[in-house]
Write a protein that binds this ligand. Structure first.
Ligand SMILES: Cc1cc2nc3c(=O)[nH]c(=O)nc-3n(C[C@H](O)[C@H](O)[C@H](O)COP(=O)(O)OP(=O)(O)OC[C@H]3O[C@@H](n4cnc5c(N)ncnc54)[C@H](O)[C@@H]3O)c2cc1C
Length: 413
């Protein structure tokens, strides 16, 4: 049976960075990917905008992935493609993995696992729309796969429900390929995607964004023929009399991403209801000993650059022979925050620096974000504009804080 120090599950940018980092820090590392190629979702993201922080240049998704794969190829990481993890068991401080490969079942053992399984899109089953069940209702990621990987147009005229980034990017892509996007319909009063995507993908192509509006019904038997949209009130209930029917052949959903953690659930990692990823400390170790999480499996990031950064850290942390007896302090935050990652600080662990990622719970102008350690203000930073779609990063040196008993973020004007 093969034995590894670190096994990384998922070969997207997070997993590639984690495996590269673990190997560069001396750990015998295995990288497992279920698809035939490394790169994860980046393979289908052919637009640019990746790598500005990590490589100081604008790259397309495949170019970004190629650069990361080139770094991985300089290491001794064993890469296992077309491999799926079907079971994990913990015995005597080791994890035993059953793998399904093209050559049959295989078993390996590993001291540490890094979960880098990415995220998945919410589907039509997770949004309530009345009507029939015709072909032509699919997620923005599926539309992206059809156009960018298969080279096939899945629609001539579509409606996009939800203003998540992938939907915005696909609105532009479909328009560039000769299709018509009748509009993007968002149930909330503000967009879910990044401002840069609203400007570059909708405004620049005259694609209307309808806020506080949703799709209430679909029509069609074999193929979608039309959708009904309606304005919603403050409680997001459709307002009677505002309905209108839009003929179209596709409804494209961009209604959110959920970290993919089914494998982690096999080893009872505890999921944070705020992020849907695992609770973790500042080394990205989950509450289960020697299981780490990074990338979009940990929390959905706006940029691949942040995803790779968490991969670097998870790989470094897993390669160290860390004492697994931790002293965890929960990171508190007030209701101005949507979430803060990491959720815990191991006060016996490395404290310099601790990288915090957070999202606000609503849109705010000029706010002071303060970190209180043991009830006293330890650090303060002014953020001129905070909004939920834009993740913030704040690296802090907590070493100078002395013994830590409590950590709490607060926000005020
Ligand atoms: C459909 C979709 C489209 C996106 N488009 C964009 C975009 O246009 N621009 C952008 O900035 N961001 C986009 N994102 C966000 C994107 O996910 C991140 O930027 C980045 O790719 C996340 O990296 P990751 O390594 O965490 O996950 P991923 O890139 O998703 O990689 C996860 C990898 O894990 C593998 N995996 C999962 N489960 C298993 C398993 N059980 N066994 C083995 N392997 C497994 C998957 O096959 C995949 O290769 C998109 C996300 C999705 C879901």
């Amino acid at each position: 049976m093969e034995m590894y120090e670190v096994t990384v599950i998922g070969g997207g940018p997070a997993g590639i960075a984690a495996a590269t980092s673990a190997s560069n820090h001396g750990a015998k590392t295995l990288l497992i990917e279920r698809e035939g190629k490394l790169g994860g979702i980046l393979k289908q993201c052919i637009h640019d905008g990746f790598g500005v922080t990590r490589f100081q240049t604008k790259l397309s998704g495949p170019e970004y992935a190629e650069k990361e794969i080139a770094k991985l190829e300089q290491t001794t990481v064993h890469v296992s493609l077309l491999t799926f993890v079907s079971a994990i068991q913990r015995k005597d401080d080791l994890y035993h993995l059953d793998l399904i490969t093209r050559k049959g079942m295989k078993h390996i053992t590993t001291k540490k696992i890094i979960l880098a399984t990415g995220c998945r899109e919410r589907t039509s089953r997770q949004v309530f729309i009345q009507g029939t069940n015709p072909a032509g209702v699919f997620t923005a990621g599926t539309a992206q796969y059809y156009i960018n990987i298969l080279g096939k147009m899945p629609t001539k005229k579509c409606v996009i429900l939800g203003s998540g980034d992938i939907g915005l990017i696909m609105a532009r892509r479909i328009t560039l390929e000769g299709g018509t996007v009748e509009g993007v319909y968002e149930i909330k009063p503000s967009p879910s995607g990044l401002t840069r995507n609203i400007v570059q993908c909708l405004n620049d192509f005259n694609i209307p964004l309808h806020l506080s509006t949703t799709v209430t019904r679909v029509f069609g038997t074999d193929r979608l023929e039309a959708v009904e949209v309606a304005s919603v009130d403050a409680k997001m209930n459709p307002i009677e009399g505002t309905q209108r029917v839009i003929p179209c052949d596709a409804l494209i959903l961009s209604v959110g991403l959920i970290p993919e953690n089914e494998i982690g659930e096999m080893v009872q990692i505890k999921l944070n209801p705020k992020t849907k990823g695992p609770f973790c400390d500042q080394t990205l170790m989950t509450l289960q000993p020697n299981i780490y999480s990074c990338g979009n499996a940990l929390h959905v990031s706006d940029l691949a650059d942040f995803v790779s950064e968490t991969g670097d850290l998870a790989g470094l942390s897993a390669s160290l022979n860390k004492n697994t007896i931790r002293e965890l302090v929960k990171v508190g935050f007030d209701n101005h925050f949507g979430y803060v990652v990491p959720s815990h600080i191991d006060v016996q662990g490395p404290l310099s620096p601790v990288v915090f990622y957070f999202r606000s719970s609503a849109e705010y102008d000029t706010m002071k974000v303060k970190l209180f350690v043991n009830g006293k203000m330890f650090a303060q930073r002014v953020f001129t504009h905070l909004k939920p779609p834009e993740m913030e990063r704040w690296a802090l040196d907590l070493k100078t804080s002395g013994a830590i008993h409590s950590v709490e973020f607060r926000m005020e004007k």
